[in-house]
Design a protein around this ligand. Sequence first.
Ligand SMILES: CC(C)(COP(=O)(O)OP(=O)(O)OC[C@H]1O[C@@H](n2cnc3c(N)ncnc32)[C@H](O)[C@@H]1OP(=O)(O)O)[C@@H](O)C(=O)NCCC(=O)NCCS
Length: 186
Amino acid sequence: MNRFAFASAADPVPAGYSTGPEMPADIAARDRLLDRAMGAAWRRKASEKLRRGRLPSLALVARDGAGRVFGTVRLWHVDAGGKPALLLGPLAVDPSFQGGGVGSALMRAAIVAAREGGHGAVLLMGDPEYYGRFGFSADRTGGLAMPGPFEKRRFLGLELRQGGLDCVVGVLRPTGVKVDASRRAA
Ligand SMILES: CC(C)(COP(=O)(O)OP(=O)(O)OC[C@H]1O[C@@H](n2cnc3c(N)ncnc32)[C@H](O)[C@@H]1OP(=O)(O)O)[C@@H](O)C(=O)NCCC(=O)NCCS
């Protein structure tokens, strides 16, 4: 089991499955998985405006024993009203494997990695009924907005450091490395 893998009696990851960093060879399978789990709509979400053309800060996948990708989560650098933060998403698990604790395993791995990376807060757009279990709430995001239509009750945040979302006001802006710049550097 690698450092991104989590399992407990209450939250089992199916035997033979693991979570770990996404590799370049996973990208096509990951996008097909997102289409299956979320439909094409994920490409049109307001969050996608903050992700398009940028490299993620962190990309994790869940893969089966044969290496096939069936879960994905990514985190992106953003400016949240003057404070650096990470925007999490999309999170998805292949419909055949939902309800097995894999989404939770990916969420916990992402949060641990963000904390270990010294980040102050994680933001996301999602159902509070799901993300509340990981500590996310709309309590600290009232002053923030997405660069497009969004539902306030689904705009959630988690402080990883005290004050990580203190006094944040403004529209989220992408701050991650641009894909073109990274290609030029390579
Ligand atoms: C959301 C998602 C990633 C969860 O992954 P998963 O592996 O099924 O999640 P887990 O097995 O860790 O947790 C399952 C629990 O979450 C609940 N859950 C899943 N999606 C939920 C939602 N949108 N709102 C409330 N609860 C939800 C399930 O009912 C289940 O509850 P239980 O533990 O009380 O039985 C997965 O369902 C998925 O890919 N959905 C489609 C893509 C999507 O909508 N992503 C964004 C979510 S806002």
